[in-house]
Design a protein around this ligand. Structure first.
Ligand code: NAD
Ligand code: NAI
Ligand code: ISE
Length: 337
């Protein structure tokens, strides 16, 4: 069976996911697309030679009779409504992160999915599908470095545009760390604090950049995350886990070790598309396979909600010098892991 996909949002990642679903992965085809900019949707159909219709809005894509499942790659604040509409239509939905821009929005999705009675939602947290993060988790789980005590993390983007604001450093960028670290440590967060160093000259009036977020977990680990989205030099994701008996670090992406012009160097990537290209392939193949078998096992609406509860606290912490408590309700039996 070939799964027929509808895609809402044909921007940067929408086009990437359409390319991989139609040219790289097995078992799916894109049959309907839309974008608030309909010209972008039509150009995407042409660019990838899709046998797909352009529909006037997201609701029409969700309700289209020949669409079996949805991929939501529109802007962050639009995700919640589209996911709720997909659940109401009883259709599986892969939603890019964040699941919603507030914990309350994620909770509405969790409640709707539980009321529907079967998992329909996978969140676009791709890092658990990344080889490097998987290898790091294996080392932690093996016990070789003892219990994790401290994590030092950095999420650096080369630059962002003028529409990117201080809160988005959390909801759009650090949401990846909030998603992956609770998976990596099998833990949850209890408090957050945000510290603003001197601002970079490369930022703008509506974005305080960089930021340092300090998190504490239920098991007592301490995490510092540097978010620096105008770092200029490249796209750089770092995670170092300090344990009782050793230290484990996320591997660097493989690159040529170059001897040239009296220098020994590695290239640093500049774009998330390249840094996690394999992880996006694996996560979407997992979604396609899961929908086909009626058994979704990837990052769930609960994972999106748990990350968002912490994100709300980080945003509150941006506005106060103190520590903000994080309180996640008990995990419902509907979401066993
Ligand atoms: P983008 O701005 O390039 O694309 C967004 C697209 O959505 C645009 O084409 C826009 O016209 C369209 N759109 C906006 N509102 C719409 C609506 N109501 N209906 C239909 N289309 C609408 O953004 P992007 O970089 O592709 O990011 C899209 C989403 O993907 C974001 O939620 C972002 O957080 C997420 N993302 C995730 C990763 C990751 O690493 N997982 C990387 C990039 C982006
Ligand atoms: P983008 O701005 O390039 O693309 C978003 C597209 O969605 C635009 O074309 C926009 O017109 C369209 N859009 C927005 N609202 C819409 C609506 N209501 N109906 C129809 N179309 C709508 O943004 P980008 O970078 O592609 O990000 C899209 C989403 O993907 C975001 O939620 C972002 O957080 C997420 N993302 C995830 C990444 C990851 O690593 N998982 C990487 C990049 C983005
Ligand atoms: C973007 O939306 C992503 O999700 C990227 O993975 C992240 O690094 C970037 O900061 C976001 O803007």
């Amino acid at each position: 069976m070939t799964l027929k996909l509808g895609v809402i949002g044909t921007g940067a990642i929408g086009q990437e996911h359409i390319r991989r679903c139609s040219q790289v992965l097995q078992g799916a085809t894109v049959v309907a697309v839309t974008d608030i900019d309909l010209k972008s949707a039509s150009q995407t159909v042409d660019r990838f030679g899709l046998d797909a219709v352009v529909l006037p809005d997201g609701k029409e894509v969700i309700d289209a009779a020949n669409v079996d499942a949805l991929i939501i790659t529109s802007w962050d604040p639009t995700h919640e409504a589209f996911v709720l509409q997909a659940i109401a239509a009883g259709k599986p939905v892969f939603c890019e992160k964040p699941l919603a821009v507030t914990a309350a929005g994620c909770k509405r999705i969790v409640d709707a999915e539980i009321a529907y009675g079967r998992r329909l939602v996978q969140v676009g947290f791709m890092r658990p599908y990344d080889q490097g993060y998987r290898a790091l988790k294996k080392v932690i789980d093996s016990g070789e470095i003892g219990r994790p005590l401290m994590l030092h993390c950095a999420h650096r983007n080369q630059k962002v545009d003028e529409n990117y604001t201080t809160d988005m450093a959390i909801t759009n960028t650090m949401i990846h760390e909030l998603g992956v670290l609770r998976w990596l440590l099998d833990d949850d967060y209890v408090s957050a604090q945000v510290i603003f160093p001197r601002a970079s000259a490369h930022t703008h009036a509506k974005l305080r950049d960089p930021q340092i977020v300090l998190l504490e977990t239920v098991k007592g680990a301490r995490i510092d995350v540097e978010i620096f989205v105008n770092c200029q030099y490249g796209y750089d994701i770092q995670t170092q886990v300090v344990g009782e008996e050793g230290i484990a670090s996320l591997p660097e992406p493989s690159s040529i070790l170059l001897r040239s012009k009296a220098k020994l160097s590695h290239t640093i990537l500049t774009d998330w598309k390249d840094r996690f290209i394999d992880a996006y392939d694996v996560e979407l193949q997992d979604f396609i396979n899961g929908v086909t078998k009626s058994e979704l096992t990837g990052p769930s609406a609960w994972d999106g909600y748990a990350a968002s509860v912490a994100a709300d606290a980080c945003i509150a912490a941006q506005k106060t010098p103190g520590v903000v408590q994080i309180s996640l309700p008990p995990r419902p039996a509907f979401y066993p892991h």
